[in-house]
Design a protein around this ligand. Structure first.
Ligand code: FPP
Length: 259
């Protein structure tokens, strides 16, 4: 059971609870994907090192996960580290690779308790062993859970994912596992890291940047986008509810006409 007073101030509790009431329970986005941006700027504004922003951003992950789970969201995919993020200074990269451990060592019992299943997508090869150990433990300890899937995109890049899919398809065609004329969008999707997931219904990017940064390029074809100027460490329950409200006001036609 969530202790709302611990999470929010008293007035915020009322406000947030009112907003939760307003969400239509039958059309909550099943899969929300988030590009968590703005940690560095959040820290800079406070004359803190960039890693302080990432640390604060980790707390937002907890808040947003809890609310998404409470609302009945089925999958929350969070872009935690891209294949391009290795270009950052070593100190920052090392810190980012330690964050999953810190997050999971603090919150894994809570995630287990709340029936959340932890997953990860991305290229495991470059990820340090200590990071993988923490993530794999969380995956194992939560594999029986059937609530929210908390899917961390870690060392993830969409172009690399698509290229790998193409290579696997070529291999399978060559070896008679797949016939060339059997290949269609649905089959292609089964070669991606998200093969077991629905495509995101809602994409959120924080911090005012309006781009995809190599994130889920195939999967976002018909996703609704919501961009916010709020920096990720400042992103809170009210902002998520605003994004969902906006999503619920839209008419999704998937290229067809309004029914
Ligand atoms: C982008 O902000 C953010 C990242 C590259 C890292 C995101 C990671 C977290 C929010 C923490 C993840 C937590 C867990 C549990 C794994 P930026 O650094 O590019 O910000 P800037 O554009 O303001 O510099």
């Amino acid at each position: 059971m969530i202790n709302k007073k611990k999470l929010w101030g008293k007035n915020e509790v009322h406000h947030t609870e009112d907003k939760i009431e307003q969400i239509k329970k039958d059309s909550v986005p099943e899969h929300i994907a988030i590009i968590m941006d703005g940690n560095g700027r959040w820290a800079k504004k406070r004359a803190l090192p960039r890693i302080a922003g990432h640390h604060e951003g980790m707390k937002t992950v907890r808040k947003i996960t809890r609310l998404a789970n409470r609302l009945g969201v089925k999958t929350l995919t969070l872009y935690a580290f891209s294949t391009e993020n290795w270009k950052r200074p070593k100190l920052e990269v090392d810190f980012l690779m330690k964050l999953p451990e810190e997050f999971l060592s603090t919150f894994l019992p809570e995630l287990i308790d709340e029936n959340v299943r932890v997953e990860m997508m991305g290229d495991r090869q470059q990820i340090p062993t200590h990071t993988l150990r923490a993530v794999d433990k969380a995956r194992k300890d939560t594999e029986q859970n059937d609530g929210l899937i908390l899917n961390f995109a870690l060392n993830y890049g969409s172009r690399a994912e698509i290229l790998d899919a193409v290579k696997c398809i070529m291999h399978d065609v060559k070896n008679g596992i797949l016939k060339e004329d059997e290949l269609n969008e649905e089959v292609f999707s089964r070669y991606l890291m998200t093969k077991h997931l629905n495509d995101p219904d809602l994409l959120i990017r924080t911090s005012g940047e309006i781009r995809l940064s190599n994130f889920m390029l195939w999967q976002l074809a018909y996703t609704e986008f919501w961009f916010s100027d709020v920096l990720w460490p400042d992103f809170n329950e009210t902002h998520l509810l605003e994004a969902i409200e906006s999503y619920q006001r839209r008419s999704r036609r998937f290229g067809g006409l309004q029914s």
